[in-house]
Design a protein around this ligand. Structure first.
Ligand SMILES: Nc1ncnc2c1ncn2[C@@H]1O[C@H](COP(=O)(O)OP(=O)(O)O)[C@@H](O)[C@H]1O
Ligand SMILES: [Mg+2]
Length: 365
């Protein structure tokens, strides 16, 4: 019994490009636990599809080891590799269905290839069509069903060989937000019901936010940040992560808010003995409904006003950011920041750009 379902060790992937070698993966290490939904997010060209193709050895890595369900794939020969690959199902952005086959025929295909009898195939395919909600559409052709339904066929086909791992390469990128939610809901259901390990490759933070347990951020062929989704969302370290998160939670403050802050900061500079700071608080999890702000106001005799706020949810857990204008004696303000940090809130001071342009940059205090 191995601790990890998927282990990538020192993976490099270099392609022979027209203008010279292209290093798509440059030393990727990943450890994915059995039964988790692991997200990999990155911009276009970051190396996501190369990573997927390495996990099921559609691409042989230039260097490194790929271990899936305890087997080092690169060491396997043709037949052994074909059998090992049955542990790995995959779904794609453009579904890759055969247009000449019905819904049923598409799901049955991998089983025909594996040499199963028609009767055995039927016993396997019928429940899968029920599972993905397509029993009524079994005789339709791909051209006669919607995008979301096509992806359901893709999922049923990927599950036909009862894999341990399901790889998803941008499987919801061609779908509208509502269909995306329903497909992600289905993946989550399958993950729970069968304990299937899911690797979700995407460029959309929404997708990660909705279903992933842990996430790795890939940038120019390297994993630049990884961890539990809630940690990465509340304490993003790498600029790429910040900008991806900004697409769903704006990290920059609106101009109207900035104007108000400048006025407040300007006024405060004239008051001796008082210090004014703009703080960005990020919080996550169940503690966020505790009256932390009123606690520190009372305890340290400081003033806090919320100038901007955004609260969202990750897998049922609240998470959010607040921009708070804080005033008080310097040491009381530091004590208040320390207390908020002790309560698990991530606190950063936002300092006004010295060049005086409208952007505020975030400094770690
Ligand atoms: N077969 C190939 N030959 C040459 N270059 C490739 C090939 N496949 C991908 N690339 C290049 O490798 C890099 C990573 O591509 P890819 O893994 O498809 O990224 P993503 O899926 O994140 O968009 C890109 O620069 C891409 O142009
Ligand atoms: Mg891709």
């Amino acid at each position: 019994m191995c601790i990890f379902m998927i282990e990538l060790k020192g993976i490099f992937q270099t392609y022979k490009g027209q203008a010279g070698p292209v290093e798509a993966l440059r030393g990727v290490d990943l450890h994915i636990h059995p039964g988790e939904i692991f997200g990999v997010i990155g911009r276009s060209g970051a190396g996501k599809s190369s990573l997927v193709r390495v996990i099921n050895l559609l691409n042989r890595p230039t260097a490194g080891q790929v271990i899936v369900a305890g087997r080092e794939l690169a060491s396997l020969g043709g037949d052994e590799l074909r059998v090992a690959r049955r542990d790995i199902g995959i779904i794609f952005q453009h579904f890759n269905l055969l247009s000449s086959r019905t819904v049923y025929g598409n799901v049955a295909l991998p089983l025909e290839i594996a040499g199963m009898t028609a009767a055995d195939i039927k016993t396997r395919v019928d429940p899968l069509l029920d599972l993905v909600g397509l029993a009524g559409l079994r005789d339709r052709y791909p051209a006669e069903i919607s995008g979301g339904q096509k992806q359901r066929v893709g999922i049923a086909r990927a599950l036909a060989n009862r894999p341990k791992v399901l790889l998803s390469d941008e499987a919801t990128s061609a779908l509208d937000p509502e269909t995306t939610r329903s497909i992600l809901g289905l993946l989550k259901q399958i993950n729970k019901e069968f304990g299937l390990t899911v690797v979700l490759i995407t460029h959309q933070m929404q997708v990660i936010k909705q279903v992933a347990d842990r996430v790795a951020v890939i940038d120019a062929g390297r994993i630049v940040e990884s961890g539990p989704v809630i940690d990465v969302f509340t304490r993003p370290q790498h600029p790429t992560t910040r900008s991806l998160i900004a697409e769903i939670v704006p990290q920059d403050l609106p101009e109207s808010v900035l104007a108000r802050i400048r006025t407040l900061m300007g006024a405060k500079r004239e008051e001796p003995g008082h210090h004014a700071q703009l703080l960005r608080l990020a919080f996550a999890g169940g503690d966020s409904d505790r009256p932390l702000l009123s606690d520190v106001i009372r305890r340290f005799g400081i003033d806090l006003s919320i100038v901007h706020g955004q609260v969202d949810e990750i897998q049922g857990q609240p998470f959010g950011t607040l921009a708070v204008f804080a005033r008080g004696a310097r040491e009381q303000l530091s004590a208040a920041v320390a207390q908020m940090r002790a309560a698990g809130v991530h606190v950063e001071e936002v300092v006004e750009d010295v060049a005086g342009d409208s952007s505020l940059e975030v400094a770690h205090v």
